[in-house]
Design a protein around this ligand. Sequence first.
Ligand SMILES: C[S@@+](CC[C@H](N)C(=O)[O-])C[C@H]1O[C@@H](n2cnc3c(N)ncnc32)[C@H](O)[C@@H]1O
Length: 203
Amino acid sequence: MIASVDFSEWMDYNAAQTAREVRPLLLDALTAAGPGAGRQAVDLGCGLGRESDALLRAGWRVHAVDFAPNTEENLHATTREQDRERLTVEVRSFADLAGLPDADLVYAGFSIPYIPRDVFDRLIGVVRTAVRPGGLFAANLLGVNDGYRAEHGEEFTFLDEDEVRSLLFPGWDLVRLDIEDYDGRAYSGPHHWHLFHLVARRP
Ligand SMILES: C[S@@+](CC[C@H](N)C(=O)[O-])C[C@H]1O[C@@H](n2cnc3c(N)ncnc32)[C@H](O)[C@@H]1O
């Protein structure tokens, strides 16, 4: 599967992230999670590492996962030396991810919709197992109205509201679910976004 991936698009995207603010979803998750000090977070699809860096600065241990070949280099450039003893990096495709460290927060910023539904469902199973009781999962997810659906169909995962509300994490508490459905811009140009910004807590 990895052999067919054009990493250059993701690498270009990630290289363009140096100047942006830390994503609001991560800030919301940090507020809901409370103090980081020594607790474990996972950053799924960490990209350049802006949110991994924010987690480290907030005292978290961070396990950063991404399949882009320059992921270690990105994280080295983005994080502070004194924080790196709390950072582990796994360069791996979500399709090949067998497990994750037990975590108090799993964060997936605009990263896990870009896989087929069977891989997505298996990954969600891995996340459910990894998040400790009382811990959080936070993710930006794509909805069924999203413009990528016409182009990428079965390659990506598009969800409806019921799935996001109750099926992905049955019995978990919704801390936040913001829904957006609007014409805007993506990195690649004009785009119709249908987004779910989810924070859920395992009971
Ligand atoms: C849109 S970027 C988001 C990066 C970062 N979280 C951010 O918010 O800037 C998506 C990231 O997910 C990674 N990614 C995409 N598909 C993946 C897969 N199947 N396995 C692992 N990482 C993947 C890409 O390499 C890229 O870094």
